[in-house]
Write a protein that binds this ligand. Structure first.
Ligand code: SF4
Length: 293
């Protein structure tokens, strides 16, 4: 078994065990201090319009597959955007500050840009020819070492012959090559979880880049996923060590320009808050915005 979390109480059976998600593992790889700010300190972050648009587009694509096959067309897909946005606003009213009310012309053009992404999706595949096994599937598994992996897969397709394909929609404006390593890390994470839970290696990992209308298909092999499993175990052990000591080092890079916590970062002249100790109850959760980067 792996170490338990540094300050994890052992007597409370209702407490969720700390888990690793692809977003949080990616945070730690990018910058341990960023991981600390997000997971341990849980400092609030300001979502961007692009992040929220990604969430709304993902929601529309999920709802699209709930429609009868004959209605899975661009016009119906576009009609799903506004209800998705309104539902998100109900769940997270603070997102309302992104726009100056429902009549803000910038809201209109933002929804139009989301429509453009949906139109791009239809150039990449025909959803009338697909019947996914699941959309927004929550997956969780425990590795032999005791590390708990948890995440959400955009779509799982299963062929009549049983082969599994995992699909992830990318809606960000970043050039594909910038996000590709991160996206493959995420997809290997899901492939490993599926393999461990179903005993079946996914046949294909498909990344659909809606902004530039391109897809990237990737076939994982067993040896690679075993190596990847060792990588995840090593990341988790490193997280536990840092959690125990409170030593989460900054790792400055050009990505600091996208970090909400730069003013608190010693690499940029800031001072972090005192270390509050290991988080409870869950060190690995993803927000709905994480799932749509
Ligand atoms: S500003 Fe850069 S180095 Fe500092 S916490 Fe953020 S990502 Fe890490």
């Amino acid at each position: 078994m792996t170490d338990t979390a540094p300050t994890e109480a052992t007597g409370d059976s209702t407490r969720r065990r700390p888990a690793l998600s692809p977003s949080r593992a990616g945070d730690f790889k990018q910058c341990p201090l960023l991981y600390r700010f997000r997971v341990v300190d849980r400092l609030p972050e300001t979502p961007t319009r692009a992040q929220v648009r990604g969430t709304v587009v993902h929601s529309a694509l999920e709802r699209l597959f709930a429609l009868p096959v004959s209605e899975r067309d661009p016009a119906h897909a576009r009609e799903l955007l506004t209800p998705g946005w309104e539902e998100l606003l109900t769940q997270q009213p603070e997102l309302g500050t992104l726009f100056d009310g429902p009549d803000d012309p910038e809201l209109t053009s933002w929804l139009e840009s989301a429509s453009t992404l949906l139109d791009s999706y239809f150039e990449l595949e025909d959803p009338r020819r697909l019947e996914p096994e699941a959309c927004e599937l929550k997956v969780e598994t425990e590795l032999d070492t005791g590390v708990l992996l948890r995440g959400f897969i955009d779509r799982v397709d299963v062929a009549p012959t049983g082969e599994i394909r995992l699909v992830d929609y990318k809606t960000g404006a970043a050039p594909r090559e910038v996000g590709e390593a991160k996206a493959l890390f995420q997809m290997k994470f899901y492939a490993l979880v599926l393999w461990r839970t179903r005993g079946e290696l996914p046949r294909q990992l498909l990344l659909m880049y809606l902004a530039d209308k391109q897809s990237l298909a990737y076939t994982p092999d067993e040896a690679e996923l075993r190596r990847f499993e060792r990588t995840l175990n090593a990341i988790w052990q490193a997280i536990l060590r840092a959690g125990r000591s409170g030593d989460f080092r900054p790792n400055p890079s050009k990505l600091c320009n996208y970090c909400d916590h730069k003013p608190l970062c010693p690499a940029h002249g800031g001072t972090p808050p005192p270390y509050p100790g290991w988080p409870e109850p869950d060190a690995g959760s993803e927000s709905v915005l994480d799932r749509t980067d």
